[in-house]
Design a binder for this molecule. Structure first.
Ligand code: GAL
Length: 693
């Protein structure tokens, strides 16, 4: 488990929020470096990540190492009191590696190789890459392992961002090795993959390939195992680098995750326990319907990976990125709101990609802390202001987020739910997770994101969106939770298959049938754009199913669509608790109302935030006190109950906190106010807020 508090990285005795960026001095001359550190100090930058893409400079030809420039950069930073997050430099091999060993280039599912010239251009199973990258790590770790400037190790970079899946012969051999370890016998593999179907039964290990492109749909079991294998294979590279670093250095080691909507390659629930601290990169994705909601979700999921420990936001953009179809610049106050949303939700370190905007290379139109136009800019003033704010917020560092509800999420479920040949292409896992999350957030509820099968005892309500493949063990955790008095909300397409993605027979939703007190005999997905009406005024799209109550009470029914009169939402008393089933894709408002009702019944205290107000309320709590973060994403001024000291304006607040449109306020609550507010039905629920552990 993550073991190094981010707040103690720079100084073991004083809790601080780290502030900085990726710094790429190899793109600049030493005269510019001097200017860089001067401005870093002005902005109160205290941690920079260097040597992320340094390999070609450090080892221009095989075995010829040159550390002169890196030595100078590290010394310069150190002299200026700026700590170093030192990259191992292995993210992108230099030209010579794949020129000399073309077999180390990655191969796509269509059998074509990708050329050198981008980044991460290597096969994750390549022995040459492994050997040469570890030779570099050995040099770097030996040279800088005990340098006082180095406070963190940064293995590679966004591992698996581009090259997670490779389909070359070397990868196929490694895949077979991984399968042998997983299944031991071919019989077990054949059973798990269901190879009785379409004449796919294997009689010899050597016949098994990676699931490259086929004419008809490929084998789903094989497809999922390739994803598991790819995640493990890259984790193997991380562990090899980490273990080598540890022979030379006591400094904590991590890598930057991509808990984000656009990348799903690695199963971070398996990775996180290997990190000394959890670090994440997050960029607003303007292809999504609600980019800032997704930021909050990603922040909560990142915190979940560290079991509630504060995390390090390793990269974000000060304004626009360069890799979306339209790269939207941040509006007034948006960078501050984004940043403080991360802090509210558990970040104790804030960094950007990158320090100084590049003038060459494919990222030259990506924003940076120091823009092309220089220091006479609003962006630079915002960056300097943020440095001051984060310094003042040092007292918050180390506290933990107070959460009310558990939301089950995982990367493996994401892979499985999104497989092809499902009843409809319109059920996308992340959409369903985001819809549930957004509905909870709109009610001011803070969510802990937990893995399928994680203990739920600390919660009153668990929400389980579209969890398609559910092992007996995972189902058992949810059943026991409800039996003992917990409340659960399960949404459609959950529980359908077992841990091997084999359909559970006898009625859907298989694994949760007893718990939910329902049984479905057929799915009735809707046409694109079709909407059905429910008898409580709701509407639904995408999904309906023919549901038979088997003990559950019917909360609402379809009026029209394929199943008029049939149940749409049910509620079942099970043991001492209650289990809800949402058998349709409810419109946003109805989903929020349903989750609100389930929360209130579960005894979760609501913050009083009105759905649609765009006010985000989160609390962090620790021995030093409790802090209320109020982030106003909307265009109208807002108010919230609070008493204490506001830390951005340094104002005393007595009962009512004003949060102007677009502003953020952070209140150190007076102890009496630190107790939870009344729940929406007016009844106090004093013990329902908790510090997650
Ligand atoms: C990340 C990456 C950085 C930079 C950034 C641009 O994926 O780690 O090196 O490319 O995105 O948004």
């Amino acid at each position: 488990m993550p073991s190094t508090p981010v707040s103690r990285l720079l100084d073991a005795d004083v809790a601080r929020i780290t502030y900085g960026a990726d710094y790429n001095p190899e793109q600049w001359s030493p005269e510019v470096w001097a200017d860089d550190v001067r401005l870093m100090r002005e902005a109160k930058v205290n941690l920079v990540a260097i040597n992320i893409f340094g390999w070609a400079q450090l080892e221009p030809l095989p075995g010829q190492y040159d550390f002169e420039r890196l030595d100078a950069v590290i010394e310069l930073l150190h002299e200026n009191g700026i700590a170093v997050d030192l990259g191992t430099g292995t993210a992108s091999p230099p030209p010579w590696l794949t020129a000399m060993h073309p077999e180390a280039l990655p191969m796509q599912a269509d059998g074509t190789r990708r050329a050198f010239g981008g980044r991460q251009g290597f096969c994750p199973s390549s022995p040459v890459y492994r050997e040469r990258s570890l030779a570099l790590v050995e040099q770097v770790a030996r040279r800088y392992g005990s340098h006082p400037a180095v406070k963190l190790w940064h293995v590679s970079n966004e591992i698996g961002c581009h090259n997670a899946h490779c389909f070359c012969d070397i990868s196929a051999e490694a895949f077979r090795g991984w399968l042998r370890a997983r299944y031991s016998t071919l019989d077990a593999l054949n059973a798990a993959w269901g190879t009785a179907f379409w004449s796919q039964r294997y009689a010899d290990w050597s016949h098994i390939q990676t699931p490259a492109l086929t004419l008809a749909t490929g084998n789903p079991g094989q497809a999922i195992d390739l994803r598991r294998f790819s995640s493990d294979e890259l984790l193997g590279q991380y562990l090899a680098e980490r273990d080598l670093i540890r022979t030379h250095s006591d400094v904590p080691v991590t890598t930057n995750f991509m808990v984000t909507a656009h990348i799903q390659a690695l199963d971070y629930w398996r990775w996180a326990p290997e990190m000394d601290l959890v670090a994440n990169d997050h960029y607003l994705d303007h292809r999504l319907p609600h980019p800032t909601n997704e930021l909050s979700f990603a922040a909560d999921a990142t915190r979940g990976l560290g079991r509630g420990e504060p995390y390090l936001l390793m990269e974000q953009a000060s304004s626009a990125v360069n890799w979306q179809p339209r790269n939207i610049a941040k509006g007034p106050g948006e960078m501050l709101r984004n940043t403080l949303t991360h802090v509210a939700r558990g970040a104790d370190g804030i960094s950007f990609f990158q320090w100084r905007a590049s003038v060459q290379g494919s990222e030259r139109f990506h924003s940076a802390m120091l823009p092309h136009a220089g220091t006479g800019t609003q962006l630079w003033r915002d960056v300097v202001e943020l440095g001051g704010i984060l310094e003042r917020l040092g007292e918050v560092a180390g506290t933990r987020v107070v959460a009310d509800v558990a939301l089950v999420f995982g990367w493996e479920p994401w892979w499985i739910t999104d497989l092809d040949s499902h009843p409809t292409a319109d059920v996308r896992y992340l959409d369903q997770v985001h819809r549930a999350y957004d509905a909870l957030r709109a009610s001011g509820l803070t969510v802990d994101v937990v893995a399928p099968g994680a203990p739920l005892d600390d919660y009153r309500l668990v929400v389980i969106p579209a969890l398609h493949s559910v092992s007996d063990e995972v189902a058992g955790v949810v059943e026991r939770f409800v039996e003992n008095g917990g409340h659960a909300v399960v949404t459609f397409f959950s529980g359908i298959t077992d841990g091997d993605d084999r359909v559970r027979t006898g009625g859907y939703p298989g694994a949760f049938r007893e718990l939910l007190g329902v049984s479905t005999d057929e799915f009735f997905p809707l046409h694109a754009g079709e909407s059905v009406a429910l008898d409580d005024g709701s509407t639904a799209t995408v999904w309906t199913e023919r549901l038979h109550p088997m003990g559950a009470e019917v909360v609402s029914r379809f009026i029209d669509g394929p199943l008029p009169g049939g149940p749409a939402v049910t509620r079942h008393r099970f043991g001492a608790g209650v289990a809800w089933y949402l058998a349709a894709n409810l419109d946003e408002g109805s989903l929020a109302r349903t989750l609100n009702r389930a929360s209130a019944e579960a005894g979760v205290s609501l913050t009083g935030v009105q759905a649609g107000s765009e006010l985000e309320i989160v609390r962090r709590r620790g021995p030093q006190g409790e802090y209320l973060f109020a982030i106003n994403h909307g265009g109208a001024d807002a108010r919230h109950d609070a008493s204490g000291t506001e830390l951005l304006e340094m104002a005393e607040i007595d009962g009512v906190l004003e949060i102007p449109a677009g502003a953020v306020r952070i209140v150190r609550l007076t102890p009496a106010d630190a107790a939870p507010s009344a729940s929406s039905d007016g009844s106090a629920a004093p013990d329902s807020l908790k510090v997650t552990s």
